[in-house]
Design a protein around this ligand. Structure first.
Ligand code: NDP
Ligand code: NHF
Length: 371
């Protein structure tokens, strides 16, 4: 008989959910994901401001918030204790610098990924928040994808034994954001950052990375870039190898050929094998992530737990919850700004490895050599 032990695939929620949240930015991710998840979880978003007041007003009406013409006015109102930011990465440092001026009222900031335009900027953001006494968390929300959390639970229980080989195979076309063009980034700092961060959450920090990239033929028609299709291998001291193929081209699927879109992952351990999918945003159809596993502890079966929650928007409850819990516990958030510097460093290691066609250690990047 198969026994399916319950897996902890949901985030820990704070005891009190009434900390007033002020939102900065009113684009896709704020309007369709953060705020939807916060309302579902009983959190307390109260206000919003953006660059264009009419955009903030529109989202305020949809989610029953007070709109302010500028985020400085919102912060000066004294009504906000937690600030949720979703603006383009190259504008995030200035926004955070200004939020820190309101340290009298603001206790926590949830910043979007990537934390800054570079590792150096991310370090500055971490220092600014520390000096202001504000708790900084990062919205690296793939860590709260339900299949990733369930997988982490299996690893912690030893169901898979020692991890030997982990792979992520992404064949999916993200929505492009206009600010990516001025950065010249397509994949590593936008999408691979989730996979690199998830590998860190699951297995810890690797020693070095080998990365190879090429332009994505579709996006190359819009702007020059190097990091379209990205392949990378992480080497861990204990022998584990983690590898990803982030193919945001995914073949000529938008040019008339059939689509084969999705993110698949697999972890092979000495005592078990897990495989799964990350539910790719497919509005209006919710596509939950999946997990199947088999283990020598219960031979002869695939176990297939399922759930109804989806990565977008439900995982955004987790990233806000980790900040609210940290404020409640007076502790560091699970994805603190400080922790996220290592993910930013890993992204830089990938850029440098691809540029110089060699292995790059995390130490080399953390010591100061950036791409
Ligand atoms: N964790 C995740 O899974 C995801 C994270 N993201 C991240 O979220 C961020 C935003 O992405 P997304 O919503 O898709 O982008 P959009 O381009 O849709 O929205 C960006 C928003 O930021 C506002 N804005 C721009 N500059 C400023 C500024 N200086 N001050 C205040 N507001 C500003 C814009 O204002 P306005 O419209 O008012 O002019 C707009 O509302 C990015 O960093 C992206 O990487 C995005 C998708 C998923
Ligand atoms: O972080 C991200 C996660 O997936 C999205 C899917 O459209 C991306 O656009 C985004 O940047």
């Amino acid at each position: 008989m198969t026994t399916l032990l319950p897996l902890d695939y949901l985030p820990r929620l704070p005891k009190h959910r009434d900390a007033p949240i002020g939102c900065i930015g009113s684009g896709f991710i704020m309007a369709d994901c953060h705020l939807v998840a916060y309302r579902k979880s009983g959190f307390n978003p109260v206000a919003i401001a953006s660059r264009t007041p009419a955009h903030a007003q529109r989202v305020a009406e949809r989610h029953s918030l007070t709109a302010f013409d500028t985020y400085q006015e919102m912060l000066a109102s004294g009504k906000v204790e937690v600030v949720d930011i979703a603006v383009p990465p190259d504008t995030q440092i200035d926004v955070i610098r200004n939020v820190c001026k309101f340290k009298k009222h603001v206790r926590g900031i949830l910043a979007q990924k990537p934390l800054g335009g570079s590792l150096a900027e991310a370090k500055e953001i971490v220092q600014m928040c520390r000096r202001a006494g504000i708790t900084l968390a990062v919205n690296q929300n793939m860590r709260y994808d339900h299949s990733m959390r369930a997988l982490k639970c299996l690893l912690e229980r030893g169901t898979l034994g020692e991890p030997v080989l982990a792979t992520i195979d992404m064949r999916a076309i993200p929505h492009w954001m206009p600010w990516q063009q001025r950065q010249g980034w397509v994949t590593l700092r936008i999408m691979s950052i989730h996979h690199l961060d998830s590998f860190r959450m699951l297995f810890g920090d690797p020693e070095r990375v080998f990365c190879s990239t090429r332009p994505d033929p579709r996006t190359a028609k819009k702007f020059a870039h190097t990091d379209g299709i990205c392949l990378y291998i992480l080497e861990y001291a204990n022998g584990l190898r983690a590898m990803a193929c982030d193919d945001v081209w995914a073949g000529p699927a938008l040019e008339g050929a059939e689509k084969d879109i999705g993110i698949r992952w697999r972890v092979e351990g000495t005592e078990g094998l897990a495989r799964g999918t990350i539910g790719w945003p497919d509005y209006p159809h919710p596509t939950p992530s999946t997990l199947d596993y088999t283990t020598t502890h219960q031979p002869g079966y695939w176990l297939q737990p399922r759930w109804k929650e989806v990565w977008f928007p439900d995982a955004f409850a987790g990233t806000m919850a980790q900040l609210l819990c940290a404020l409640e516990d007076k502790a560091e958030p699970e994805i603190s700004g400080q922790d996220n510097l290592k993910t930013m460093a890993l992204v830089d290691a990938c850029y440098l490895s691809a540029k110089e066609h060699r292995a790059v250690t995390m130490k080399e990047i953390l010591r100061g050599r950036a791409s």
